[in-house]
Design a protein around this ligand. Sequence first.
Ligand SMILES: Cc1ncc(COP(=O)(O)O)c(C=O)c1O
Length: 395
Amino acid sequence: MDDSRKHFDTRAIHSGESPGPDPGSHVVPIYQTSTFIFDNAAQGARRFAGEEPGYIYTRLGNPTVRALEEKMADLENGEDAVAFGSGMGAISAVFLQLLSAGDHVVSIKTIYGCTYSLLTGLLKRMGIEVTFVDGTDISQVRDAIKPNTRVLYGETPANPNMAVLDLEAFGRVGRERGITTVVDNTFMSPAVQRPLDWGVDVVVHSATKYLGGHGDVIGGIMVGSSEFVSQVKEDALKDVGAVLGPFDAWLLIRGLKTLPLRAERHNTNAQVVAEFLENHPAVSRVHYPGLASHPGHELSKRQSIGGFGGMIAFELSGGLQAGRNLLDSVKLCTLAVSLGACDTLIQHPASMTHSSLDEAQLLAAGVHPGLIRLSVGLEHPDDIIYDLRTSMEGA
Ligand SMILES: Cc1ncc(COP(=O)(O)O)c(C=O)c1O
C-alpha cells in the first residue's frame, strides 16, 4: 500500500501486504525457505553484486520478513525497517553498527536489564564506555556528552519504573551535537507513541511484546533511515546473523493487524487499574504516566497518542515481602516476565527481568527493590482488579 495518508488502523492491516508471486493468497504467505533459486549463474552473480533485486538466502532477506519490515516502517513513520530474531538482537545490532572501540554512549539509567548488561558487559569489554544519566532531566543527557560520544540511548516509559523521557528534547540534543539518538519503543508500540515523529533517529522494539501481542513469538525490529537500515542489513545483521524466521515474521504481521484495537483496550484497562491501585491502602506508590500524580504525566500526554500504554509499576506498603505474597496469590494475572500479551502479566523486576543488576546498580538505576511490574492485559478490567484486590487483601 503506498498511500501513507490512510489512518493508522487501516495501515496496520494493509501496509506491506502487496500481492507477491502468489496473487491468489489473501494474506502474506510464509516463505519457509532457507535459500532461493537463481535462473542461471549470471543471475546469481548479479544478485550477489547488488545489480539485480531479488532474494538470495533468508539470512539476507525473505519475502515474509520483508512484508513485516515494510509494515513496521510505515507504522513508525520511518523510511525503512529491519527485523531481528529478538529485541536484544535488534538492540545489539544497532550498537554494533554505530560503535567502535574507544567510543562512548550516554544512556538513560533505567533501561531493560539485558540492555544494561550489554552496555556494561560485552560492549565494555570491547572498549566502549557508557555514562548513565537520569533521562527525566535532559540537561544530564547534554552534560554527559563527550567528544567520543556516538549514541544517545533512551527508553520511554522506562522499564521498569515508567520514567518518561522528553523525546523531542532528546532528538534535538542528538541533532545539535551530531550524535545518533536511539529509543526503545517497546513499552508503547507505534499505536501509542512514535519517537521518529519527535526527531529521534532510530527506534528499536522487542516485537515479542505489543507488536506480536499474543505472547507466542520472540522478535525484534529496528526502524530508521533507508541508509542506516541498509548499513545494518549489510553488516550487523548479515555478519552477526540474529535474523527473524519467516514463520515468526508471519505471526508478527498477523499480530500487527489488531495492534490499534488491542492498544486501545490496553490503554483504557491500564488507566482503570492504575486508578484502583492508587486508591488502595496496601499500595504506597503507583508509577503510571496516565495518573496526574506521575511526574511525566503532562509530557506523556503531549508525546503519546490516545492513552498512556498498558504498563504499570507499583510498590506495596508492606515492601518486598508483601510483593512476593501478591505474586504468589494472584489467580487471574499470570506470574511471568514479558509484557504486551492478551493476558495480564505480573512480575518482580529486581529478582527477575533486572536481576543482572546488583543491589547498588538497581538503586542507581531507580529500580526500587519492592517494585512490582504489571502488564495489563485485555481481560475485563473488573476481573483484573478483583484478582489484585483479593490477592493484596489476603496477602
Ligand atoms: C523494553 C525492552 N526492550 C527490549 C527487550 C528485549 O526483547 P527480547 O526479549 O525480544 O529480546 C525487552 C524484553 O523484555 C524489553 O522489555
